[in-house]
Design a protein around this ligand. Structure first.
Ligand SMILES: Cc1cc2nc3c(=O)[nH]c(=O)nc-3n(C[C@H](O)[C@H](O)[C@H](O)COP(=O)(O)OP(=O)(O)OC[C@H]3O[C@@H](n4cnc5c(N)ncnc54)[C@H](O)[C@@H]3O)c2cc1C
Length: 393
């Protein structure tokens, strides 16, 4: 059978001249997937890093050391800063370039049309870029993925197959937690084989949540191909100019403090008062304050000073925010959805405050205090103050 789609392309992001961690993680997972793939299907499909920027050729070696078989790089001063329009255009050109895809593996050069799979980072740049690139390539995209499997799938579907039973070989099963993390959704990007509206959906693409997969150890003995791509750029593509760029360091620090006090939608009955209680508890414990994702969407109306200090994305703990391994993690009014748990499960000791005994956080904590935070936190603060006095006496 003629196979038009080959290889896994991984779109790499660079920050201040360095490959960012999620890009290394994606290469690691791509390597693991494609090693299994090649063994199972007796093929030699490749992991291909795609790097755009200015003076970035040197990064190709690093990508090969951590698992890429080939790197397609595009070195151009116009690509120094990430601008969506031009990046979308160049990445789409690379994906559609049969010649360059053919260079990746000469055995597949004759039939190569496009990559089989494509990975992007699920960060602010990658989420935007993945959607515009896949719109340009007219294929499907699954966002915020944290588990991947390649399988042969047998299915019949009214739309996709016209009701007939079909085997979709080498399908990328893309998993993401949904419905508040209580359900796993599997997303498939399948060609339409229904004779009434036949068309292909390739590459099968997704954006991948940072911190989920492990990067590989660098191995300086690994070898691979480094291929230059020269894009076609016209003036129209460069209308957006970057006048200045400032990297703002977050004031929130989840690295240093040994304790984190997080709050969630359980503040709802008295949001202002409850946030102040959390703030006070954090102060007594010399702790940083974390939040759940819904809190960063500002679901409650509170005073501006508390709002801008606490209801901010920088404080989110979980797959969409930070991962912590604090010695003590206190979760007040947090249900314990899997996306949040991912961010705090490496903590040393976990205390949860929640009136609902069936809340999933109960399975994640060392001490579960059944009660409302407005009742429990003042008692905790009182007790901590007493204990501090005893220790200091
Ligand atoms: C792609 C994706 C990524 C996501 N990423 C993240 C992420 O990184 N981080 C994250 O946190 N979420 C994330 N989410 C959202 C996540 O699925 C949950 O919806 C969210 O964590 C729930 O937040 P919560 O615990 O504040 O609210 P809820 O689930 O509404 O829970 C509130 C809890 O408060 C308790 N409560 C009620 N009253 C009180 C009271 N008086 N005192 C104490 N407790 C009380 C309730 O019993 C309940 O258990 C993500 C979702 C998706 C789809």
């Amino acid at each position: 059978m003629v196979e038009k789609y080959r290889h896994l392309y991984v779109v790499i992001e660079i920050e201040q001249g360095e490959i960012i961690p999620v890009s290394k993680e994606m290469i690691g997972e791509a390597r693991r997937l494609m090693d299994k793939f090649n063994q199972k299907y007796s093929s030699k499909e490749k992991v291909v890093g795609i790097v755009l920027g200015n003076n970035i050729k040197e990064l190709s070696k690093e990508l090969i050391e951590i698992g890429a078989d080939a790197v397609i790089y595009c070195d151009n001063p116009q690509l120094e800063e990430i601008r969506n329009t031009i990046y979308t255009k160049v990445i789409s050109q690379i994906a559609n370039d049969k010649k360059i895809g053919g260079q990746v593996e000469s055995d597949y050069a004759e039939d190569f049309t496009r990559p089989r799979y494509m990975f992007f980072a699920a960060d602010s740049i990658g989420r935007h870029l993945s959607s515009t690139v896949l719109a340009e390539l007219d294929s499907g995209l699954a966002s915020d993925i944290n588990q991947l499997v390649i399988e042969d799938i047998e299915m019949s579907h009214q739309q996709k197959t016209g009701g007939a039973k079909e085997t979709y070989e080498k399908t990328l099963e893309m998993y993401r937690p949904d419905f508040s993390g209580f359900l796993w959704t599997t997303i498939l990007c399948l060609d339409n084989r229904n004779p009434a509206f036949k068309r292909d959906y390739h590459p099968q693409a997704c954006s991948i949540i940072p911190g989920v997969f492990e990067p590989l150890e660098a191995d300086s003995k690994r070898e691979g191909q480094v291929i230059e791509f020269v894009p076609e750029i016209d003036e129209q593509d460069l209308k957006v100019k970057v006048i200045s760029r400032k990297v703002i360091q977050s004031e929130v620090d989840f690295e240093t403090p040994r304790t984190i006090v997080s709050f969630g939608r359980g503040i709802k009955d008295e949001p202002e008062k409850n946030i102040k209680l959390v703030e006070q508890l954090a102060k007594e414990l010399n702790a940083e304050v974390g939040i759940t994702l819904p809190i960063s969407k500002k679901p409650f109306s509170i005073s501006q000073s508390l709002d801008s200090k606490y209801m901010v994305p920088d404080r989110v703990i979980g797959t969409s925010g930070h991962k912590t391994s604090a010695m003590l993690y206190i979760a007040a009014g947090v249900s314990g959805a899997m996306q949040h748990v991912w961010g705090m499960k490496d903590s040393g000791f976990v205390v949860a405050i929640n009136p609902d005994e069936d809340a999933p956080i109960k399975d994640e904590c060392d001490i579960f205090i059944k009660g409302r935070m407005e009742d429990v936190i003042p008692l905790l603060i009182e007790e901590i103050k007493k204990q501090i006095q005893i220790v200091e006496a």
